[in-house]
Ligand binder design. Structure first.
Ligand code: UD1
Length: 337
């Protein structure tokens, strides 16, 4: 049995990845400090898979606690999700973001090196590309100056990992996610935004549920067919599965370089208005929305070229936008009742 540590395993992407790991026969240990998640997710994971993962409430900024964990637990690989992720907040509290996202990564890698754990999967983001010059975006597109401290922690994180792979036996894969949406088909786990959602889909589902009055569409004068911004929305379960194939690639030594990066998206771009229209179709709910000014820092369009992920990882997004939006809506409905 292969044991995998999943940091941030009670979060949105982490919890879906834990379910897929368990479905594939991995033994999972979760570390999560509940800073942006709920302990109830542990029971919900258990009720989907029938297996309760081991869980430790550890803050990865606490170096001694991280050391103690690795001194007392044996794992063969680490999937590292635990991080702060709110772009706007990161602009207001840059040092919190650097302290949290960077020190936790360094402590993990130090302990992995000490205990000779060589397999590491890192949550990166398409945010590293900024507004790419060419669409769809390939992995060799230049990394742009980070728009936010959050984005910068992803860039710096990748650099730290790359340097570590050069200086040790570490093998690592950074997955650059496009826009993860949706929820597990059981509707037992999904996205749990705290307060007013900053991301589009939770705002859409909360508006449909009557929790928010109206959706603001940020910008209708972008140089796109309908004037609204374009993103690549990927079902979170497809995204979770990309972690499993990446981990297996490292465990089976099928990697081509000790540090690899892959775009994880659908390869398709959809505008905000297309999202609204598709959501209305699958949910049967009319969405109240208004067109407002662009949001600062937003780019016009981003969608992935997934050729390398398809060919190298043998992975491909399978679920449609309709399925993703419907699952997000089914999940939202469980939160109101
Ligand atoms: C954002 C982050 C990205 C991060 C990701 C994590 C920025 C610039 N980027 O991506 O770095 O990895 O979240 O989830 O913040 N929109 C509206 N109305 C809303 C909310 C969003 O029109 O109420 C629009 C946005 O302008 C954008 C699209 O919907 O065009 C998607 O927005 P969002 O879900 O916030 O994701 P990103 O901004 O692409």
């Amino acid at each position: 049995m292969c044991t995998v540590l999943v940091t941030g395993g009670l979060g949105f992407i982490g919890s879906h990845t834990v379910v897929e790991l368990q479905n594939e026969g991995f033994d999972v240990i979760i570390i999560d400090n509940l800073s942006n998640s709920s302990i109830s997710v542990l029971d919900n994971i258990t009720s989907i898979t029938g297996i309760k993962p081991a869980y430790f409430n550890i803050d990865l900024k606490n170096k001694e606690a991280v050391q103690h964990f690795f001194n007392t637990n044996a794992v063969q690989g680490v999937i590292h999700f635990a991080a702060y992720k709110a772009v706007g907040e990161s602009v207001l509290k840059p040092l919190d973001y650097y302290e949290n996202n960077i020190s936790s990564l360094v402590y993990l890698l130090q302990e992995m090196q000490k205990h000779q754990i060589h397999n590491f999967i890192f949550s990166s983001s398409c945010t590293v590309y900024g507004q790419a010059d060419k669409l769809p975006i390939t992995e060799d597109a230049p990394i742009k100056f980070a728009e936010s401290p959050y984005g910068n922690t992803k860039q710096i994180g990748e650099e730290i990992i790359f340097d570590t792979t050069k200086a040790s036996h570490l093998k690592a894969i950074a997955l650059r996610y496009f826009n993860p949406i949706g929820a597990h088909k059981s509707a037992k786990i999904g996205e749990l935004p705290i307060g007013i959602p900053q991301n589009l889909i939770p705002f859409v589902t909360q508006t449909a549920a009557g929790i928010r009055e109206e959706l603001s569409v940020f910008g209708s004068d972008y140089p796109t067919p309908d004037g609204t911004a374009i993103r690549d929305y990927i079902h979170v379960v497809d995204l979770a599965k990309a972690h499993i194939v990446s981990l297996k690639r490292l465990l089976n030594n099928n990697h081509k370089k000790t540090f690899e990066v892959f775009n994880i998206g659908t390869g398709k771009g959809n505008s905000v208005l297309e999202i609204i229209k598709t959501f209305e179709k699958v949910s049967g709910k009319k969405l109240k929305y208004k067109l407002v000014e662009r949001r600062e820092g937003d780019i016009t369009a981003a969608y992935a070229d997934t050729t390398i992920a398809n060919t190298e990882l043998g992975w491909k997004a399978e679920q449609t936008l309709e399925e993703a939006l419907l699952s997000a809506w089914e999940w939202q409905k469980t939160l109101i009742t």
